[in-house]
Design a protein around this ligand. Structure first.
Ligand code: ATP
Ligand code: MG
Length: 174
């Protein structure tokens, strides 16, 4: 029986922790469905990259590792938890297993009858979108925390300047 696994993240940006989880899901499932959450957001501190840029990062990272059995699906937030599962279902190819550590995602998919699996956290102090964005903003080393293909996409779309400028303020700094 076909077993497809779903993982949803904002991927701001896609980093080595995400890549590790995907390797595990690829090993356990026939196809992987990667939902790009908060797809409508970009150009903010927390969500600097567009859904298209995130799509490009993930596709390039997976191409460089030779994976082809996946689908990438941008999904906008509805901010209405009761209809979140239907929203995700309506946008994605069929899936049977959901990988998540997020309590509300786990709860909602469990209540909808899906098998929900933990995804282990890898080197979470560094493999974190927040940490990668902080390092870029503060001019620290960040490339080693993301797949090479992702670093290239970020540089090519002007991501470093974008994140740095978004971190600036027009308020007086005390
Ligand atoms: P942010 O700090 O911006 O929230 P994040 O690193 O938490 O970024 P998300 O896109 O929010 O990344 O997470 C998507 C999914 O990836 C979540 O289910 C999260 O638990 C998982 N994930 C994030 N970092 C890691 C990691 N280092 N190891 C394993 N899973 C991770
Ligand atoms: Mg997160």
């Amino acid at each position: 029986m076909t077993r497809n696994g779903l993982i949803i993240g904002r991927f701001q940006p896609f980093h080595n922790g995400h890549m590790e989880v995907l390797r595990k899901i690829f090993a356990e499932c026939d196809h992987v469905i990667i939902g790009i959450g908060s797809a409508q957001y970009s150009h903010t501190d927390k969500d600097p990259f567009t859904a298209g840029e995130r799509y490009h990062m993930i596709a390039e990272a997976l191409r460089s590792e030779g994976y082809a059995n996946y689908y990438i699906v941008p999904i906008e937030d509805l901010n209405r938890y009761s209809v979140w599962v239907s929203q995700v279902k309506s946008m994605c190819p069929p899936f049977q297993v959901v990988y998540s550590n997020n309590p509300y995602t786990r709860r909602l998919f469990f209540e909808a009858g899906y098998e929900v699996r933990d995804s282990p956290l890898y080197n979470r102090s560094e493999y974190s979108g927040t940490e990668v964005r902080r390092r870029i903003r503060e001019g620290c080393e960040w490339e080693h925390l993301v797949p090479d293909a992702v670093a290239k996409v970020i540089r090519e779309c002007g991501g470093v300047n974008r994140i740095t400028e978004l971190g600036e303020t027009d308020e007086y700094r005390w």
